[in-house]
Design a protein around this ligand. Structure first.
Ligand code: CUA
Length: 196
């Protein structure tokens, strides 16, 4: 047609620059390479997820964020590290702009630790580096994560969800202490990290 010969976009590409079979072979190689990379990345995600016991927080538990300080599990006297009858510990924290309450908690080494958190205002994050603990803290819900600390020391717990202009300064600490020492400190010391 006369029309197609004047429209350069409709003209066939000149043949012979790169042979069609070379193009097809190159494309096939790239597709295989991409598929291989995807498979490797999927395998890394699955293996690290299983080995590190990482999983999306699945605890769906609602709470009224406006009455946290008045009643229920997250009243001030109930925050911090509590020893359970079975020997495990439960740590209760409130996240708010721009603090965790309490700011430092003590936990015994080699013991099952359950963190229960909720937010008093906006969405915060809760992360313990080098552990499987990584969760969002959403107002109206209780986030629950379980872990175990195998070595003594102090770990920072940064808020990793942007929550406002003071987000970068929102930190707390967990101090992992020997079991005997944990048993001997008072409730106040467990929840404030005051030296004995
Ligand atoms: Cu709280 Cu960022």
């Amino acid at each position: 047609m006369a029309e197609s010969s004047t429209n350069t976009a409709r003209q066939p590409l000149p043949d012979g620059i790169v042979p069609a079979e070379v193009v097809a072979r190159t494309e096939k190689r790239w597709i295989l390479l991409m598929a291989g990379m995807l498979l490797i990345m999927m395998a890394v995600i699955i293996v690290t997820g299983i080995m590190g016991a990482m999983h999306p927080p699945s605890n769906v538990e609602v709470i009224d964020p406006t009455t946290l300080h008045l009643q229920g599990e997250f009243v001030e006297s109930n925050l911090g590290t509590a020893l359970e009858p079975n020997g495990s510990v439960t740590v209760r924290l409130i996240a708010e702009q721009y603090n965790f309450i309490p700011r430092c908690v003590q936990v015994p080494v080699g013991t099952a630790v359950k963190f229960r958190l909720t937010s008093a205002d906006v969405v915060h994050g809760f992360l313990l580096p080098d552990t499987n603990v990584n969760t969002m803290v959403v107002p109206g819900f209780v986030a629950e994560v379980r872990t175990r600390f195998e070595s003594i020391g102090e770990t920072a717990m940064p808020c990793h969800e942007f929550c406002g202009p003071g987000h970068h300064a929102m930190w707390a600490h967990v101090r992992v202490v020997p079991k005997e020492r944990f048993a001997n400190v008072t409730f106040f010391q467990r929840t404030s990290c005051e030296s004995q």
